[in-house]
Ligand binder design. Structure first.
Ligand code: ADP
Ligand code: MG
Length: 269
């Protein structure tokens, strides 16, 4: 029996990309995993839940062109469908964010059901048009992240291979357990993805080993290397797959998408 959003299994897999730490590769992973899934003929919706709007900008959405955004959806002013726009990637659609979103937390503080705003918004037939819905979370465990975790089927955690990575991870895992217990019993951890991996740096390798020792199969086999092309792409308003398809970062995100699709298949079997 499914414990997901409704009793009949929705087609779309809803995945939150979360880590309360900033700069670990959440947005980069959301944009490029979404692009690689779309390149594999999946229909994908990216929901930008970060007031910084980097995922929106990184997919070519112009700031002045975001009349309908995730903010209006969370405020109950518009439906999800009203804010979905095509991105520069065929098959990948976007719900953009704006700086207004930074005020949402305060504006919703006295509202009943404030944690379930996104979940409620996703209870609409249009989401059955999609195979994957990826939610880019802000760098905090705020109401916005809680909304994403309460709406998602699973979580992908990008983790930078650095010294305090494991400590941050255990805080996030505790938060996920709290969300499961209180808001979303069906929530699972899709996987941890190691980002900005530097093979020449011993610490990177050691952190990767520790994380695999701690979480085993939950860590994606695919590791995202540190690659300057990945960091250059956003300033061109493009995912790295469109900017430089052959670079090591693009190739890693293609493998990550394949691994994710393969996991979904083995779950369904
Ligand atoms: P977050 O969303 O977690 O705050 P970002 O995805 O914005 O993190 O990444 C933080 C910074 O690191 C950005 O400048 C981004 O371009 C850069 N970056 C992310 N992944 C890589 C990578 N694999 N190689 C090089 N730079 C990267
Ligand atoms: Mg980000």
């Amino acid at each position: 029996m499914s414990t997901k959003l409704s009793t009949t299994r929705q087609k779309a897999d809803i995945i939150a990309i979360a880590n309360q730490k900033g700069g670990v590769g959440k947005t980069t992973t959301t944009i490029n995993l979404a692009t690689a899934l779309a390149a594999a003929n999946k229909k994908v919706l990216l929901i930008d839940m970060d007031p910084q709007g980097n995922a929106s900008t990184g997919l070519g959405s112009e700031r002045d062109n975001r009349d309908n955004s995730i903010y209006e959806i969370l405020m109950g002013e518009i439906d999800l469908a009203d804010a979905i726009v095509p991105s520069i990637v065929p098959g990948l659609f976007l719900v953009p964010s704006t700086v207004d979103l930074a005020g949402a937390e305060l504006e919703l503080v006295h509202e009943a059901g404030r944690t379930f705003r996104l979940r409620k918004a996703l209870q609409t037939p249009i989401i059955d048009d999609f195979d994957y819905i990826l939610i880019d979370c802000p760098p905090s465990l705020s109401l916005l992240t809680l909304n994403a975790l309460a709406a998602a089927h699973s979580v992908i955690v990008p983790l930078q291979c650095e010294f305090f990575a494991l400590e941050g991870l255990s805080l996030l895992l505790r938060t996920i357990e709290t969300v499961k217990a209180n808001f979303n019993p069906g929530l699972t951890i899709e996987g941890v993805v190691l980002t900005m991996f530097d093979g020449r740096n011993n610490l990177s390798g050691q952190v990767a080993n520790d994380v695999r020792g701690y979480l085993g199969q939950k860590v994606f086999k695919t590791v995202i290397p540190r690659n300057v092309r990945v960091s250059e792409a956003p300033s061109h308003g493009k995912p790295v797959l469109l900017y430089d398809y052959k670079c090591s970062g693009s190739q890693a995100y293609i493998r990550l998408a394949k691994e994710l699709i393969g996991r979904e298949r083995s779950k369904a079997a």
